[in-house]
Design a protein around this ligand. Structure first.
Ligand code: BES
Ligand code: ZN
Ligand code: ZN
Length: 506
């Protein structure tokens, strides 16, 4: 999508669509459009009455204005109450604008920045670009020509941001490029997640890491196959991958910054189960439908690394994931088996479907050895986190509240919802094993997201750490979902907040 910045006012431009925000209570022609004269006000009054449009959130109204304005259509996007206007509403506004433009085959949209004066320009531009790019995202790789024709898709090719002061044009262009990188990374994660598990195998995840390392001089890659990982003592994730035809891999990427004034190093760790059938503790058919998303954590790591060079944060970043497929077979790990993780702790595997924590036991132990200043893990870990917080919110667990506070600021800015959950020490008893150091299945299912997080804590030593259980927000599978810049499928949740966090804090 191309963004053009112009100092002109909207009456001097022309496009198929002009999109403007409309607030509840008294829909009137905005000040900026008074040049259109009386007729627009009349048309607006009449049509909004007919279509019962009152600027309500998520409602839209098209007006045929070609007679009065240099635009074919005027699109009003309902924004709710003006007092609630914030960066997230702007993000949703531009996503609605793009999705509505697609419906009326408009390939270009004009947005007038004077409508957004109430918020800081930086925030507005960032959100507008993200909303537009992410709202237009589609995964169409497997649609054949016939289906595509039936869908009659229009692609919005250009968005013109007008009414920008001349002195600010350069700055605005920089902000656009940055937001486009955020969106590009998020869409890369979506592509990786949406790819069927038959294609997105552990090997394919590794290939993606190789491609990123080959493209970026400041990113290096180490990886270990089954044999090498076994030699190193990473038998936990190997156990998870034991039932699959596809060889599991351990992947470690390093980003070295140009400058590192604070001399800091952080690690991002992802769960990379390319398909979670449950293993011998097999999932019921309908619980398996979406389980290609179980590599969302690894997708986040790859997505972040794909743009680090351009974003250029001043901190060394270690990206770590285990890539494995969880399948039942004669060679699969069995309930009751015991595996030893890299840090020497033994794990009794009582339910092969609680495989995420077993994989993370190795990748977190490995991260600890690198002595980072902080570890962030992203994992589609438990259905229990979804029961607690629903599909839009990630659970967060931490041993360092200040670190989470800082991270939360980034989530706030990026519109990604995170809620802290407690690490209840007493519940650790539920993870006690009769035969090994710890077991992967708690005594009962209550607080299942907490007991999983407590399990992970055993593998992070005393390093500041945040665990994000992203089982809910990693994918959208219902049509009722209302966030217009998050279409159905993999979402890439966490990528933008993480990028924002590294930019702001180092
Ligand atoms: N990958 C699943 C968790 C999941 C569920 C992710 C739904 C996304 C959507 C995980 O490996 C799993 O199966 N967890 C089990 C753990 C249980 C057996 C202790 C669960 O949550 O049911
Ligand atoms: Zn599972
Ligand atoms: Zn899983």
């Amino acid at each position: 999508m191309k963004f053009t910045v112009s100092e002109k006012n909207l009456e001097l431009l022309s496009a198929k669509l002009l999109a403007v925000p409309a607030w509840e209570n008294g829909i009137t022609v905005p000040e900026q459009m008074k040049f259109g004269g009386e007729p627009i006000q009349k048309l607006l009054e009449q049509t909004s009455k007919e279509e019962k449009f009152g600027g309500e959130l998520e409602k839209i109204l098209f007006l045929p204005v070609a007679h009065f304005l240099p635009y074919q259509r005027l699109l009003l996007v309902g924004m709710g109450k003006q007092k609630d206007w914030d960066q997230e509403r702007v993000r949703r506004f531009s996503a609605w604008a793009v999705r509505s433009a697609e419906k009326v085959s408009a390939e270009s949209i004009v947005l007038d920045m004077r409508f957004f004066k109430k918020l800081p320009l930086d925030d507005v531009i960032h959100a507008l670009v993200e909303g537009a790019e992410l709202g237009a995202y589609k995964f169409l790789k497997y649609k054949t020509e016939t289906s595509l024709q039936k869908m009659q898709l229009t692609e919005v090719k250009e968005i013109i941001l007008c009414g920008v002061e001349k002195a600010k044009i350069k700055k605005v262009n920089e902000l656009i490029s940055r937001a486009q990188l955020y969106a590009k990374a998020t869409m890369m994660a979506r592509d990786l997640i949406n790819e069927p598990a038959g294609v997105m195998t552990p090997k394919e995840l590794l290939e993606n890491a190789k491609r990123i390392a080959a493209k970026n001089k400041n990113i290096s890659l180490k990886y270990f196959n089954r044999e090498e990982s076994a030699k190193m003592g990473m038998n936990a994730f190997l156990g998870v991958g034991a039932g699959s035809q596809h060889e599991p891999f351990f992947v470690h990427m390093t980003y070295k910054p140009k400058t590192n004034p604070k001399n800091k190093k952080i690690a991002i760790v992802g769960k990379g189960v390319t398909f979670d059938s449950g293993g011998l503790s097999l999932k019921p058919a309908d619980m398996m439908l979406d389980m290609k998303i179980d590599m969302s954590g690894a997708a986040n790591v790859l997505a972040v690394f794909s743009v680090l060079t351009q974003i250029n944060p001043s901190v060394q970043i270690e990206g770590i994931f285990t890539a494995a497929e969880n399948m039942p077979s004669g060679s699969a790990i069995k309930p009751g088996d015991v595996v030893k993780a890299l840090n020497g702790k033994t794990i009794e595997v009582l339910n092969t479907d609680a495989e995420g924590r077993v994989c993370l036991a190795d990748s977190l132990s490995y991260a600890v050895r690198l002595k980072p200043d902080a570890i962030f893990d992203f994992a589609t870990l438990t259905g229990a986190a979804m029961v607690a917080l629903g599909e839009e919110v990630s659970a967060a667990y931490t041993n360092d509240k200040k670190l989470l506070q800082k991270f939360n600021e980034s989530c706030e800015l990026e519109g990604e919802k995170v809620w802290e959950m407690p690490l209840i020490d007493d519940y650790m008893k539920k993870n006690q094993s009769l035969v090994a150091d710890i077991k992967n299945l708690a005594d009962n299912r209550w607080g299942g997201s907490i007991t999983a997080a407590l399990f992970l804590r055993e593998f992070v030593s005393d390093i500041p750490w945040i665990h994000f259980d992203i089982a809910g927000p990693s994918g959208v599978w219902t049509q009722f979902h209302v966030v217009p810049y998050i279409p159905q499928g993999g979402t890439g949740f966490g990528v933008r907040s993480f990028l924002n966090f590294v930019e702001r804090n180092y």
